[in-house]
Design a protein. Sequence first.
Length: 410
Amino acid sequence: MGGTVKDKAKHLMAYIIPPPRSSLTRGEEGNRGGNPSKPDAPPRPARKWRILFASVAVLPGALFYSFVFAGSSRPAEPPPAGIIDMHSHVAGLGGGGSGCFVSEKLRDNWRFNIYLRSFGVKRKELEEHGDSLLVERIAGELAKSEFVAKAVLLAMDGVIAADGSLDLKRTEIYVPDEFVAEAAAKYPNLLFGASVNPYRKDALQRLDRAKKRGAVLVKWLPSIMDIDPADPKLAPFYKKLVELKLPLLTHAGQERSFSSSDDELCDPEKLRLPLSLGVTVIAAHIASTGKYHGEKSMERLARLMGEYPNLYSDISSLTQLNKLSYMKKALTRGEFSGRLLYGSDFPLINTALVSPLYYGFRLSPKKLFSILRVKNPWDRDVLLKRALGTPAEIFDRPRKLLAAGTAVRP
Ligand SMILES: [Zn+2]
């Protein structure tokens, strides 16, 4: 946002809060009906009331002004249509034989009911109708979006024990590939984002199977799935990803959506191994929060961008309340130019964590309220990110990259 909005805000504030007495000249003081013989005397009650009255009288006019005119000098172009959101989540309680799993610990966590609400379901109806209801709601809501045509729904593999079996005791959320593959087969606006823990004994076969079932990428959350991306034992897995042209979307930086997280595993520097082997890596959320060895996670990712042309990132979650400064960083730091993809991090865009209200100083009131009124969570997300300056190419890039299955030049 340039100076124009700032100027308008200043203009508006000048209306609402009159300049302090010391900044007024004696002439102005006289014009306002003050006592010219005592310019430095504290305001008398009558004057205070007049200021208050003037503020109240002027406020509606000032607001009307900003509603009607603010931003009109620089009309934001509408976002492009047919967008693919490459970062949307799904979960389930296991009903209807979905195979999904949520740990008792997370079910008891305060976040759990918020997550369910943001998916558009109640716990009771999910228990009654099974997890397919949740997928139906997601596909239905997405179908109402004006701008987002499809979303990559992300499976989430669990923690793998030393013997290669799924360790449910250490797994907080498990969303099997089969569940998401079936959802994507049923609803044309959902794409299959597979998740394979590389420590599974049959990890490579699972990658083959996922690709055959239409997977467009593989998702990891290393700090939750207990994966060390720098582990040399994972080289065959990475080579398989390259062979199958499956990008690896992996969380980077701190993670606070679960009850606990081994953040060390999400150090962007750990991505050097897959990157050097030619994997198209998408490090989520520009690795926004957290520090490693005293250096900001985002700085570590920015440096890697210069070294590896096959490294990308996404703008999912960057409008969250805990990351308000990151959207601007993503859009203005040269290292990220040509490397960012649109992602929503649904369902978190449907919680109080994200709101245009948090950008009151960067958006005109007219723009702010027009976005606030939008019911569809994807449209709200796209319009907010567009209003904050996201260029069309970032909205277009997931379609290009996922179609190619590998790095595409800007
Ligand atoms: Zn996410």
